[in-house]
Design a protein around this ligand. Structure first.
Ligand code: GDP
Ligand code: MG
Length: 307
């Protein structure tokens, strides 16, 4: 199948064609950028929801419950699960695959994981490209699940149309564990595992922290704190409605931040991948008498001449 045909099929919503392009994107094979150039003009309709939190907080369980909730509303859903620790490149995360098995036969749900720590552009390029494919396919809602441990994951959440941060009771320490910077980027907080002791208190503590640290320059939205019991489907409707009301006035606010973030990843990938390669650096170090600054200066000035 040629490039135009593949992209055409994706835009018609073809699942196999989409899966094929996602593999090409993950592997960085077959001029993946050329394919993506044909995809991007067809994006912009979907709402991208970032779900971030510590491992085990219940992000996948919440995602699963949200999928059901959106499907009941007749909406189609795509999921990008980012797991940097997963050894599978482009494969499904086992636990998630089992849990989300209910949706496996549903043509209107597409779940894809990325485990692309190794890429030069960070996870940004893969994750955002895969979200773009889901968008072009016509999915209404795209949920990006990221483990809130690394900077990349926090950044990806910060460029979602709506970012949801998941925490659990028993806080104190856990509140500290909410990565610096995440309080500012979250649009909605979830205290999941509200069946456990201390949920009210955690929610109150969070609320207080939010009041003490108001959002930068944005008075129109006070992030709510929502208690959920994801595996019993409790609080899910409230969460979905809260996401809806945020999106009603803020969808699109992050669009240029998202494009900038993707572009930064592409720059890193191109510059490091094609020019500042280890072998070029090694040559320059050898020629420069073991001075790393001199080595980089030499390469840099050659690079600038290319422009
Ligand atoms: N008690 C309790 N356990 C939950 C709840 N939601 C999820 N879990 C469990 O927490 C564990 C981790 O959930 P998972 O969704 O994989 O977390 P993730 O790592 O954040 O994606 C699983 O064993 C879930 O069944 C909840 O609301 N209450
Ligand atoms: Mg998970």
């Amino acid at each position: 199948m040629n490039r135009e045909k593949l992209v055409e099929k994706i835009i018609e919503g073809d699942v196999r064609a989409a899966a094929r392009l996602m593999r090409i994107v993950d592997d960085r094979s077959q001029d993946y950028a050329e394919y993506m150039r044909n995809i991007w003009p067809h994006t912009g309709k979907a709402a991208i929801i970032g779900i971030t939190g510590a491992p085990g907080a219940g992000k996948s369980t919440l995602t699963d419950a949200l999928i059901s909730s959106y499907r009941k509303q007749g909406m189609t859903v795509g999921v990008v699960a980012i797991d940097p620790s997963s050894p599978f490149s482009g494969g499904a995360i086992l636990g998630d695959r089992i849990r989300m098995a209910d949706h496996a036969m549903d043509q209107d749900v597409f779940i894809r994981s990325v485990a692309t720590r190794g890429h030069l552009g960070g996870m940004s390029v893969s994750a955002i490209d895969i979200a773009a494919v889901l968008d072009a396919m016509g999915k209404d809602i795209i949920i990006v699940e990221t483990v809130g441990v690394g900077q990349d994951e926090v950044e990806i959440a910060s460029v979602a149309d709506c970012s949801v941060v998941v925490t659990v009771p028993g806080l104190g320490d856990d509140i500290q564990a909410i990565k610096a910077g995440i309080l500012e980027i979250a649009d909605i907080f979830v205290v999941n595992k509200a069946d456990r002791e201390g949920a009210d208190r955690t929610a109150r503590d969070l609320q207080m922290m939010l009041e003490l640290a108001p959002r930068h320059g944005e008075a129109s939205w006070q992030p709510p704190v929502i208690k959920t019991v994801a595996f019993k489907n409790e609080g899910i409707e409230e969460l979905r409605e809260s996401i809806n009301s945020f999106l009603a006035t803020h969808k699109g606010d992050k669009k240029s931040a998202r494009l900038l973030y993707a572009a930064q990843g592409i720059v890193k990938e191109r510059v490091f991948g094609e020019y500042f390669t280890n072998s070029k650096l090694n040559e320059a170090i050898a020629a420069g008498g073991h001075d790393p600054y001199k080595a980089v200066d030499t390469l840099w000035s050659n690079f600038m001449k290319l422009g």
